[in-house]
Design a binder for this molecule. Sequence first.
Ligand SMILES: [Zn+2]
Length: 156
Amino acid sequence: MADIHSKETRSYNMSRIRNKDTKPETMVRKYLFSKGLRFRKNDKRYPGHPDILLPKYKAAVFINGCLWHCHEGCPDFVLPKSNQDYWVPKLEKNRRRDEENYAALREDGWNVFIVWECELKKDTKAERLEQLYLEITKQFVGFFRNPIQYQFNLRR
Ligand SMILES: [Zn+2]
C-alpha cells in the first residue's frame, strides 16, 4: 500500500513538473515574444524541427538539454553510471544527428543558434537571453564564434 502511494505521489509530482510553464523552451519563447519577435514552433518542415524558427531573420534556435545533446565540457553533461552500453551509442547518435541538422540548415542560409539549458540557470539567464535576442536581430557583433560558451567558461 505504501508503495502504491509513493508511486502515485511520484507520478503526480512528475506531471506537475512537466506541466509547469517554466520549461526552458517556454522561457526563451516568452522572452523573445516580449521583445516583439514572432516565430514558429517546432516546424516539422525543417531539419531537426527547430524549437524556435524566425523566418524574418532566417534564424533557427535550438534549446538543448546538456545531457541529451552532449554539451562538451559542461558539468551537466555527465553520463549515467549504469547502462553505459545504451547511453554512449545513443548520445553519440544524437550528437551526429544534431550536427547534420545544423549543417543542413546552414546550407539553406539559416543562422543556427544553440541555447544550452545550463545557460538558462538563474545567474546567466538574463544575459544569455538578451544576447540571443541581439544575435538573432543582428545587433550583436561579437568576436567569438560562441561568445556565451567563452564567458560561461570564464566564470567557472
Ligand atoms: Zn551545459
